[in-house]
Design a protein around this ligand. Sequence first.
Ligand code: FPP
Length: 252
Amino acid sequence: MPEAETSVANGIGNVAAPRHVAIIMDGNGRWAAARGLPRGEGHRRGVESLRATVRAAGELGIEVLTIFSFSSENWSRPPAEILDLMGLLRRFIRNDLAELNSSGVRVRVIGEREGLDPEIGGLLDEAEELTRNNTRLTLVVAFNYGSRQEIARAARKVAVEVAAGRLAAADVTADTLSSYLDAPDLPNPDLIIRTSGEQRLSNFLLWQAAYSELVFVAAYWPDFNRAMLENAIAEFRGRERRFGGLAARAGS
Ligand code: FPP
């Protein structure tokens, strides 16, 4: 039961802070539209929020921060916006990688790597390789990521093992499937935050979110700041996680 170990419920709230926080950075376009600016400006300001959030997460002792940076479904956006987002990712890695590395951040990437622009693929590999021994904070970049696609990839790998006779179909459990996901060694997210007031998961970490606490923040992503992160964590700590069991009651 890995989740039960990540934070302890005491009947009042979670004693422990979240080890793994995942964020759906939503609302860049609406932030820009509200100011009469192009959507690209919202994404650029979104990268600034991201930088500040990574810094805050490290300072707050979060072990893993996962960010939804580009979904499998984002390819349906206009080509100019896709180019913009790809450019921002390239620049983020080129400009920020050295600093992330020197501040002890390990970068991991989840999502479909096949078929990606080779330059982007190379940068993602470089970021993972350069930072592989860092331990202060793991920044998981969900890029070209869709949770159903990730689960389907895992199921295909399990099917190959079964077809090759290395695994019996009867032995396939939830743990087996988990072990074929994109980052099986990481803890499940304790807390998932979505900005912009939307209240859904949008194909993000569906498997891993089975027992995550969800916190929805009204602010658009470019306005997200450290105080909002701290508030979300405080809300998380006020929740009682039961993982399908019974509430712990005082005196019981
Ligand atoms: C949602 O806003 C955000 C995205 C689709 C991408 C998030 C990307 C960034 C913060 C910058 C790029 C990331 C990296 C790692 C460099 P939206 O466009 O859906 O906003 P809307 O719902 O208001 O239109």
